[in-house]
Design a protein around this ligand. Sequence first.
Ligand code: 5AD
Ligand code: SF4
Length: 441
Amino acid sequence: MDKNKLFFIETWGCQMNAEDSEKLAGMLKELNYNESDNREDADLIIFNTCCVRENAELKVYGNLGVLKKLKDKNPNLIITVCGCMMQQRDMAEHIKKRFPFVDIVMGTHNTQMFPQYLKKVENERTSVVEIWDKEEGIVEGMPIHRSYDMKAFVTIMYGCNNFCTYCIVPYVRGRERSRKPEDIENEIKELVKNGYKEITLLGQNVNSYGKGLEEEINFAGLLRRLNNVEGLLRIRFMTSHPKDLTDEVIDAIAECDKVCEHIHLPVQSGSTNLLKKMNRCYTREDYITLANKIKTRIKDAAITTDIIVGFPGETEQDFDDTLNLVKKVEYDSAFTFLYSIREGTPAAEYTDQIPDDIKHKRFNRLLETVNLISEKKNKEYEGKIVEILVEGRSKHDNTKLMGRTRTGKLVNFKGSEDSIGKLINLKITKAQAFSLVGEEV
Ligand code: 5AD
Ligand code: SF4
């Protein structure tokens, strides 16, 4: 009997891409491929790309260059490039021209076609370049091979309608469309049957879930419905756009016992002027009011965020407004990004781009502030008793176990393997910059 062929998938970017990669892996398992843990042994290599910032694209180019050597050594190697970067105008042709050894180029809207493309390449030794411009409806029931065995990501809506002026996502992921609640619920029930304990609901803007569906339901309604799934321990969700986070959703988070008290609420900038130029549809004051409301209504809530530094036209005052907002809101953690020009977005045309050296200086100042506050927030946990979902052995210290608090903080502790997959209470003994240390109580 033939040895099973091996695949290797490299994924860049956000959880949406990670989920697409899990679907590609699921399809490949059905075709009797096995997963390889390295590129060198693989018969099929897939690069699932991201284009949200330029450095994500540069990484793809660099890595593709390296694959040429592998293909020279093994001409039967099949190389696929897919994901958001391929949805950009003229990108597929560019990739084929610059890296002619690539066998399959496809986008984000035709993932389900992959087995057909692969068959064509295997049987005819030809290459396939196919990008669909527009999203079709939602394809349900695709096979999926999950990366973790306890927590799973479940997409509840695809695409984005917000068109923030810096962002490429609406152009490469298409318009917002929500999955039917029963499809989501059934997927989660199946996951629970298979031993999953925690799910993270995914969408570019989960708070606008439900628009356009036959059944009248919104995100708050979905949270309440999923909170009833028996055997499920925790529900997380991301990302929340501040303009759509309603009181109804805040109440649902506060009242549903399985819904964790962690809200990822990208602010992007603390300056009302820049927020307007970014098309974010809220002011600095709106955001601060919302953050305060969350803290008052949801006990011990963690708020995390995304911030862009050096958006076109950002003045020292605008930047100070951002620093100041970070101090006011006291984020548990924040992802900070240097503004990156994305061709095809409105902000790429703005003539008041910020020089790199200023961007970098501001970025470092912001990072320092963000880290100081994260540390302070972690310190607040010292001496507290918190609920942990035990995920497994710690990556850095095999003698310890690790899990996360409801607020998403990583905790390392000494304990018995029996607790893996269970909720336990721990006393936090020490706070470190990016994690906590605990002991069983
Ligand atoms: N430059 C820098 N950061 C960006 N993001 C999106 N587009 C850009 C860009 N052009 C950031 C935003 C978003 C996160 C996922 O990526 O902060 O919330
Ligand atoms: Fe991009 Fe804005 Fe949509 Fe988020 S909400 S994906 S930043 S356009």
